[in-house]
Design a protein around this ligand. Structure first.
Ligand code: C2E
Ligand code: CA
Ligand code: CA
Ligand code: CA
Length: 279
C-alpha cells in the first residue's frame, strides 16, 4: 500500500514537472555562475600527524551568488554531475589550482601538493589525462603537485573504464587518493589492484573515536590496511585533541580537519605562512 502511494506521488505530473523545472533553473544558474566567475576555492591543510606540519592542501569549491550568499558544494555539485557542466566546472577547478600554485611559488612559498576532488563524469572522460597534462604544463606545474581524489563509487561503478585512466594518470606522474574510504563497497582484493598513493578515512568514522568501540576498530584496521599496502592514510574530520591523540598512537600518517586547520582562501593561506598575497 505504502509503495503504491509513493509511486503515485512519484509520477504525479506536478512533482516531476517541478523537478524538471528546478533542474533547468539550476543548470542555467550554474552556467551563468561559470561565465560570471562566481566560483571560488578554499584550501584545507593536510598535516603530518606527528609534527603537525602542513604537507598538502585539498581544494574545495564554493559558489558566491550575486546576492553575496555562499553555496556549499553539496548543494550544487550533485546537480552539475547530471550534465556535462561538471566537466567545465572541474576543468575550471584544475586551472584555478594551477594558477594558485604558481602564485604560491612566485611568493616564495614551496608549493604543496594540492588534492582535487573528481566527480564521475569528469574522471571517466577519456580526454582527462591529456587535458590535465596540458593545463598543468601551461601553468608550469609538475604533475606530482596534483593529487586527484576519487571515491570508491566513482572507481568501482565502471572499473573497466576507470582503471586505464588511473594507470595513464599515474604514468604521467599524477597521484590518486581514494576519498571517503570505508563508505563504499570496494573489496580489498580490488583495492590491491588500484594505482593509488593514499586512502582517506571518511570523517563519519572519526566521530565515534575514541568512545565507540566499533569506530575505533574500523579506524584502526583501515590504518593497518594502509600500512600493509604501503599507502599513506589521511584521517578526515579531525576535530578534537582526542582524535589527534588516538591517530598518533595508531600511526596514522596524515590528518585533515577543523583542528589541524579549516578551509581558507589563498590569501589567508599565504598570510598564515608569512608570504605576500598575489598582485
Ligand atoms: P569531501 O571531499 O569529503 O571534502 C571534505 C568536506 O569535509 C569539506 O566539505 C570540508 O569542508 C569538510 N570538513 C573538513 N574538515 C572537517 C571537520 O573537521 N569536520 C567537519 N564536520 N567537516 C569537515 P565541503 O567543502 O562542504 O565539501 C563537501 C563535498 O563537496 C566534498 O566532500 C566533495 O565531495 C565535494 N566537493 C568539494 N569541492 C569539489 C570540487 O571542486 N569538485 C567536485 N567534483 N566535488 C567537490
Ligand atoms: Ca575529498
Ligand atoms: Ca572525503
Ligand atoms: Ca564526501
Amino acid at each position: 500500500k505504502g509503495n503504491g502511494r509513493d509511486l503515485v506521488s512519484y509520477f504525479s505530473p506536478d512533482d516531476s514537472q517541478q523537478r524538471t523545472m528546478a533542474a533547468l533553473l539550476m543548470h542555467s544558474a550554474l552556467q551563468d555562475a561559470l561565465q560570471r566567475d562566481e566560483f571560488f576555492l578554499e584550501y584545507q591543510p593536510i598535516c603530518d600527524t606527528q609534527s603537525s606540519r602542513m604537507v598538502a592542501l585539498e581544494a574545495l569549491i564554493r559558489w558566491r551568488r550575486a546576492d553575496g550568499s555562499i553555496v556549499p558544494p553539496d548543494q550544487f555539485i550533485p546537480m552539475a554531475e547530471q550534465s556535462r557542466l561538471i566537466i567545465q566546472i572541474g576543468r575550471w577547478v584544475i586551472a584555478r589550482v594551477c594558477q594558485d600554485l604558481s602564485a604560491l611559488r612566485a611568493a616564495g612559498m614551496p608549493p604543496p601538493q594540492v588534492h582535487i576532488n573528481m566527480a564521475a563524469p569528469e574522471f571517466l572522460d577519456s580526454e582527462l589525462p591529456a587535458q590535465l597534462l596540458a593545463i598543468t604544463a601551461a601553468a608550469g606545474i609538475a604533475p606530482r603537485q596534483i593529487c586527484l581524489e576519487l571515491t570508491e563509487g566513482v572507481i568501482m561503478q565502471r572499473v573497466e573504464q576507470a582503471l586505464p585512466i588511473m594507470h595513464e594518470l599515474t604514468r604521467l606522474g599524477f597521484d590518486i587518493s581514494l576519498d571517503d574510504f570505508g563508505m563504499g563497497y570496494s573489496s580489498l582484493s580490488r583495492l590491491k589492484a588500484l594505482p593509488i598513493a593514499s586512502l582517506k578515512i571518511d570523517r563519519l568514522f572519526l566521530r565515534g573515536v575514541p568512545a565507540d568501540r566499533n569506530d575505533v576498530a574500523i579506524v584502526r584496521s583501515i590504518i593497518e590496511l594502509g600500512r600493509n599496502m604501503k599507502l599513506r592514510v589521511i584521517a578526515e574530520g579531525v576535530e578534537q585533541d582526542a582524535h589527534l591523540g588516538f591517530l598518533r598512537q595508531c600511526g596514522c600518517s596524515l590528518v585533515q580537519g577543523y583542528l589541524p586547520g579549516r578551509p581558507m582562501r589563498l590569501a589567508q593561506l599565504m598570510a598564515a605562512h608569512g608570504v605576500g598575497a598575489p598582485g
